[in-house]
Design a protein around this ligand. Structure first.
Ligand SMILES: [Zn+2]
Ligand SMILES: [Zn+2]
Ligand SMILES: [Zn+2]
Ligand SMILES: [Zn+2]
Ligand SMILES: [Zn+2]
Ligand SMILES: [Zn+2]
Length: 317
């Protein structure tokens, strides 16, 4: 097959430069291999998943692509390899083309295509960001910088209104416009945004509260309460909450049915019951009938955020 007919298995761009480890599969482009190895810390072949401790990067020419035998990989050892290849240590990659080696190296630095002056060198992300903000009046999205698994030079720059749209609803144009990205969801309690619904879900589950009784009844409905006080109010209004102070202090002593609460009261508070007045005792043993259990709206919009009586969508795969 001619080289022009083949596409990178990762980014689907036409393959002009490829790379492979000892397994010899040349399905990914050199850029994707660099991204996988340097950013995602993944050294596996994209095709057969075999670990490739070292890779050889060369021009993709179909069946005529330069080969390296599995045994040749063993003799590759850093800068002074016998084959006179350019060596990129962080990537554990050997290039047979010095120019392409430079291209890939520059892709990995603190640089961006918006810079017209190619001679500008930045030693840190902050230096690059400051320069772009002051000179080009564009900024990166901090969440994307942190979690979007691409090179800094592949990160998208926005003006203030584009950044707002990016955060709220997703991009109108560019590489993020045609994928599932619909903005960075926000926790409605803390007002903090998260990279995606998985991150938001993790936050809601660890920082806020949910009712285990409602969750048991409807496992696919995600309703959250800001803190335990709010959850306690819900327990008291929607379920059968033990009203003894010791149980209130202990948290989560709440029951699905009146019958269960009564059983708990008789079993765990037998000593305390005689000390109560008749009226108090009646309160403890008489539970108001269903005052209408809370039924918050379910979440339909994939990017609706968590919040009072609302939950983030179930995390995707
Ligand atoms: Zn690719
Ligand atoms: Zn392979
Ligand atoms: Zn972003
Ligand atoms: Zn929060
Ligand atoms: Zn509940
Ligand atoms: Zn109790």
């Amino acid at each position: 097959m001619a080289s022009g007919d083949e596409f990178c298995a990762v980014c689907t761009e036409p393959l002009s430069w490829t790379g492979f480890g000892p397994c010899g599969h040349k399905e990914a482009c050199s850029k994707c291999i660099a991204r996988l190895r340097l950013i995602q810390r993944n050294n596996k072949c994209v095709y057969c998943q075999q670990e490739s401790p070292k890779v050889f990067i060369t021009r993709h020419m179909g069946d005529y692509t330069n080969r390296l035998n599995p045994t040749d990989f063993e003799s590759l050892n850093g800068e002074r390899n016998d084959l006179k290849l350019s060596y990129f240590p962080e990537m554990e990659a050997y290039f047979d083309d010095a120019k392409h080696y430079e291209e890939i190296r520059s892709l990995c630095g603190f640089t961006h295509p918006i810079l017209q002056d190619r001679s500008l060198v930045f030693r840190s992300l902050n230096e690059l960001r400051d320069h772009i903000e002051h000179t080009h009046h564009r900024s990166f999205c901090d969440l994307c910088l942190k979690d979007r698994q691409v090179f800094v030079s592949e990160q998208i720059l926005y003006n203030p209104s584009e950044l707002q749209t990016h955060e709220d609803r997703g991009d109108v144009t560019g590489p993020l416009a045609n994928c599932n990205f619909k903005g960075h969801p926000r926790c409605q309690f803390c007002r903090i945004r998260f990279y995606d619904s998985n991150e938001l879900f993790r936050h809601m589950e660890t920082t806020h509260e949910h009712c285990f009784l409602c969750r048991r009844r409807e496992p696919k409905k995600f309703v959250y309460y800001d803190d335990y006080d709010e959850l306690h109010e819900h327990f008291c209004s929607a379920h059968h909450c033990c009203q003894f102070q010791s149980c209130i202090d202990q948290h989560f002593i709440v029951f699905e049915t009146e019958h269960e609460l009564r059983a708990h009261t008789v079993k765990d508070h037998a000593d305390e019951l005689p000390k109560l007045s008749g009226a108090q005792r009646r309160t403890m043993l008489t539970i108001p009938l269903d005052r209408g259990a809370y039924s918050g709206p379910g979440l339909t919009d994939a990017d609706a955020t968590g919040g009072r009586g609302r939950g983030p969508p179930r995390p995707g795969p």
